[in-house]
Design a protein. Structure first.
Length: 511
């Protein structure tokens, strides 16, 4: 028999729904709208999550001047966002509530160019676009890798925003562009008419100072000097704001399109990893995290960036987080390799269901073939089984052939990459950790979580799956005044809201 909720200190039942918020969480393969309902009396709140809409996302290959370019279908994402907000409003009304806030998070680095009259000058390029090959080397040769790292603290990745701008400096759209907007900032500007640059996503551009948390005049000027076509770049960058900034209400046009009223839009941790780290159910600061999805981001949370020569040599990045924090992390290729493997088999007429692939991997020989998934060979779309075979041959290891061998190779290699990343970020930062938290879609992969515990020698706590959406919602609720407290308090709400699985390093793999 369930107990009847009693009246809390504020005259409401302890389990009463207090407010509803909508998180638009855009990933590389799908977008979703999630409603979070805050329940409970102050100090004992939890958030109930309901996914109310989901839509596909992915790169679109289009013929262009380079032969074939890779783009995001931003108009599809905009339509999915509006449909999701419409569904979120309906769900809130079914509970007798109105939405109290909206927040958007997405992947990083990719930008849309907007003309002075507000016109979008084409779809954003995808960060796996082939024209980026070699651009990073040219930029760093001109600007100096050490000088850049001393300012932005970023690892060298081929698709950093500054490299993308250099690659596109001769595009017909560039002279017409009055504004350069990261994807979540662009969508938020369409929702509200307010143009800003949210700091967690801006910190991935190569144009932000990791210490001051603002645009670096030095970095921007250096890029403009090296590539005169980019002159005027600084004027195209909107003011930087911190997570929790209330941007303003929905425009009248968006209100009409969604059936919502003047709901405020909040700048959350718009980099999905920044929101996901807020959603880590940690009890103290001694944790590492793996935000596991198409990409895996493996790191620790710090109070200040690590800008040493040793950190640069190890190619560790300093991305900025919520409440003045730094996400000191390594990018790992992630479950992209597995999803591309399944796609390759499907396109070849031999589809394999994910559950069947994981079962075959669990039965396969452990540690038979472990390759470096961070090699650039695994970055673009393509035949991943063939690339895994090539990497195995090149390293003198057995070539994976069967479904079980191929998928086990991917998961063993991912777990090993996680181990290396955790060791690197903890050693270079001096942060000791007792546990690894895995959040995001990869937290549902029990075999990968067990392999990660074995590889790192640390307990792995898996969940929440919707870590980014939950972190998004928590920052909104605090900004609007429904929740209170620091990150530790918000993580207390996470622990009361979600169920997690724990994997011990000594646990034997079920085979």
């Amino acid at each position: 028999m369930s107990a009847t909720p009693h009246d809390g200190a504020h005259g409401l039942p302890d389990d009463a729904a207090r407010a509803a918020f909508a998180a638009v969480d855009l990933g590389a393969s799908s977008g979703r709208a999630v409603v979070g309902v805050v329940r409970g009396v102050p100090g004992e709140e939890r958030v109930d999550l309901t996914e109310v809409a989901r839509f596909a996302n992915g790169p679109v290959e289009v013929p262009d001047a380079t032969g074939s370019g890779l783009y995001w279908d931003l108009l599809h994402l905009w339509r999915g966002t509006l449909d999701g907000l419409r569904a979120a409003g309906a769900h809130a009304r079914s509970l007798g509530l109105r939405l109290s806030g909206i927040g958007i998070d997405s992947w990083a680095v990719d930008v849309g160019l907007v003309a002075a009259d507000g016109t979008l000058l084409g779809n954003p390029r995808h960060h796996r676009d082939p024209r980026l090959a070699g651009v990073a080397d040219d930029v760093l040769a001109r600007l100096g890798a050490a000088e850049q790292y001393a300012v932005d603290g970023l690892q060298v990745l081929p698709f950093t925003t500054s490299f993308q701008l250099v690659a596109g400096r001769h595009d017909a759209a560039w002279p017409l562009a009055a504004s350069v907007r990261l994807v979540p900032d662009l969508l938020a500007s369409w929702l509200t008419g307010v143009v800003v640059s949210e700091v967690t996503n801006a910190s991935t551009t190569g144009l932000l100072d990791a210490t001051t948390r603002d645009w670096s005049d030095r970095a921007v000027a250096a890029l403009e000097d090296a590539y005169p076509e980019l002159g005027g770049l600084r004027a195209r960058l909107a003011d930087v704001v911190e997570p929790g900034t209330v941007l303003g209400p929905l425009t009248a046009a968006v209100q009409a399109a969604t059936g919502l009223g003047p709901v405020p839009v909040v700048a959350v941790g718009s980099h999905d990893t920044a929101s996901a780290v807020v959603g880590v159910p940690a009890t103290d600061e001694r944790f590492a995290y793996v935000s596991s999805g198409t990409w895996s981001l493996v790191g620790v949370e710090l109070d200040a960036p690590v800008l040493t020569a040793e950190s640069r040599a190890a190619n560790v990045t300093n991305e900025l987080g919520v409440d003045g924090t730094v996400r000191y992390l390594k990018n790992v290729m992630g479950l992209w390799v597995l999803s591309e493997t399944l796609r390759t088999w499907r396109d070849a007429g031999d589809p394999v269901a994910l559950d069947d692939a994981l079962a075959a991997a669990e039965a396969a020989e452990p540690g038979r073939t472990v390759v470096d998934l961070d090699d650039d060979a695994f970055l673009p779309p393509g035949d991943m089984p063939a690339r895994l075979a090539a990497a195995a041959r090149a390293s003198g290891q057995p070539v994976p052939v069967t479904v079980g061998e191929v998928v086990r190779c991917v998961l063993d290699s991912l777990a090993d990459a996680y181990r290396r990343a955790v060791e690197r970020v903890t050693t270079l930062s001096g942060r000791e950790v007792d546990v690894v938290h895995v959040v995001g879609g990869g937290s549902q992969n029990a075999l990968l979580c067990r392999l990660t515990a074995e590889a790192t020698g640390l307990p792995v706590v898996a969940g929440p799956v919707e870590g980014a959406a939950l972190g998004n919602l928590l920052v909104q609720a605090r900004a609007i005044g429904v929740l209170d407290g620091d990150l530790a308090a918000l993580r207390g709400v996470v622990r009361r809201s979600v169920a997690v699985e724990r994997y011990e390093p000594a646990e034997e793999l079920a085979r």
